[in-house]
Design a binder for this molecule. Structure first.
Ligand SMILES: [Zn+2]
Length: 506
């Protein structure tokens, strides 16, 4: 059985959240479907949302169901393990009139009228920057922590968050992120660390050796994790399960990541795993074997690894000088090219050794960094501007002597965003505010265009780093000749022309 964990979100704080199970025969079973008062931004993804008459109201191409779990830094080139994930989380704007879902040709009527509270009281904010619909929400869970172990859980969450905030782009874009934690006491302290032992009773049944060949691979009962988050922190975009163990290990997939909590390195392991779980980055080291040649576009979904069969890798970044931050080779000169070995032997990575997706170090390579920034913006649901005044729904009419200040406030990096003001396509100003006087000659559309000018993003095909808002403005004296000392240049040229003509005549 493969289950689909689905959230359909609206722009006005309503979502559809559904857990569907795709059975082995291809049929769809609806486990649960609810209408909820919270929204979560979207991921790409073949799912059709249908109206009562069967009309298709919206479609999304779902990413592959089965993804591999990460094995952090296997020693001795040991074989990598696969732990297919069974859940997918997809969020899209609520299509009005939605009644059915169709997945892989199977139609289901999943909707119920039940509603849930938006932010459950047991999700505790660690970093609160704004409404979940407009932020990337990371949720920490703990496994194997008894009530007495709670201080350790809290401290480890804080350490990881503090560490993340020292690393770009987390540092610069922290305002786009919310972090939450939900503590779930375990009856026994610790998790199962040995293969084929099941001695710890823990909420998410996390254990080492989830591939019998990989000791350090920590996986949990995915259904339990997803079900819990569904009920306690449904707004989650990313899930990190911390296990109460000092033994090195972790994993990163696309529904949740795991990390041990033993010594100072766990913060780096957690950061690496979050690279997978939050942003879909692949490992930039090789598991030590090749993979069949990609034959479908879905095989190219890695933002930071490219197959030998693919001609273009990172054209925008090729040749970019970087510096390694690997403690074994700090400060070493490096540059963006194609380096053999990126999850698989026959895939290439962007840098020799300047990325935490390759070796434990506190930086991402330019290709990963660009991916992270664009995915952070994608989590905003396509809207950077959080407020504007006056209300664009109302036409602004100004008489002589009147003025109106137009303002926009946008989400973006710490250093702010660029705002350009234009009237019917002609640039008239820059900055967060723009004043229109009654005496200005204006009758048309005033547009505020916002863009993040970051040097970290060189290609933004989905246009997620910009936004705009427009007002309809008319100044009453447009063209009426107000008493003003800044007549437009064309008027002066006209006057000059008249003067020249008169001289010729005389
Ligand atoms: Zn990288």
């Amino acid at each position: 059985m493969i289950a689909l964990w689905l959230t359909l979100a609206t722009a006005n704080a309503e979502s559809l959240r559904a857990t569907l199970a795709l059975e082995d025969d291809g049929s769809v079973r609806v486990v649960r479907a609810e209408r909820v008062d919270d929204v979560v931004p979207s991921l790409p993804g073949e799912l059709a949302v249908l109206g009562a008459d069967g009309a298709v109201l919206a479609t999304v191409a779902l990413p592959p169901f089965a993804t591999t779990r990460d094995i952090p830094f296997p020693e001795g080139g040991g074989a990598a393990g696969y732990a297919p994930t069974r859940f997918l989380r997809v969020i899209l704007p609520w299509p009005d009139g939605a009644t059915d879902l169709r997945v892989r040709g199977q139609r289901a009527h999943p909707f119920t009228a039940s509603r849930m509270a938006p932010a459950p009281s047991d999700a505790e904010a660690v970093l609160a920057n704004g409404p979940s619909a407009r932020r990337l929400d990371l949720v920490f869970l703990g496994d194997g922590f008894t009530t007495d172990d709670r201080p350790k859980f809290d401290a480890r969450v804080d350490s990881i968050v503090d560490h993340l905030l020292t690393i770009g782009p987390y540092t610069e874009y922290s305002g786009l992120i919310n972090v939450w934690k939900v503590f779930t006491p375990s009856t026994s302290s610790g998790v199962d660390e040995e293969f084929a032992t099941d001695t710890h009773v823990t909420p998410f049944e996390c254990a080492y050796f989830c591939d019998p060949a990989i000791e350090r691979l920590i996986c949990c009962d995915e259904a339990k994790v997803v079900d819990f988050v569904d009920g306690h922190a449904p707004f989650a975009d990313g899930i990190m399960v911390l296990v109460n163990s000092d033994k090195y290990g972790g994993a990163g997939g696309f529904t949740y990541g795991t990390s041990y909590t033993g010594d100072t390195q766990f913060v780096q392991v957690a950061a690496h795993e979050l690279g997978h779980s939050l942003f879909g980055l692949w490992d930039e080291y090789s598991y030590g074997y090749s993979t069949p040649a990609p034959t479908t576009p879905a095989d190219y979904l890695s933002p930071n690894c490219v197959s030998h069969n693919v001609a273009d890798a990172w054209p925008a970044w090729t040749g970019e000088a970087v510096t390694s931050a690997d403690p074994a080779n700090p400060g070493a000169a490096d540059q963006v090219e194609r380096y053999e070995g990126c999850s698989f032997d026959d895939w290439d990575r962007p840098t020799s050794d300047s990325c935490m997706m390759n070796t434990l170090q506190d930086q991402y390579c330019p290709v990963c960094r660009e991916t992270i920034v664009t995915k952070l913006y994608a989590a905003l649901g396509g809207e950077m501007i959080v407020s504007q005044s006056p209300d664009p729904a109302n036409r602004v009419v100004l008489a002589d002597g009147e003025s109106q200040t137009f303002k926009v406030k946008s989400l973006g990096p710490e250093q702010g965003v660029d705002v350009v003001w234009s009237v019917d396509g002609r640039e008239v100003g820059t900055g967060a505010e723009f004043v229109v006087e009654g005496c200005d000659d204006l009758d048309g559309e005033l547009l505020a265009s916002v863009v993040d000018p970051t040097a970290w993003v060189r290609s933004d095909p989905q246009d997620v780093l910009s936004d705009s808002v427009a007002w309809t403005v008319k100044t009453k004296c447009a063209g009426c000749g107000c008493a003003t000392n800044d007549a437009p240049p064309t008027a002066w040229l006209g006057a000059l022309g008249l003067l020249v003509w008169r001289r010729r005549k005389s």
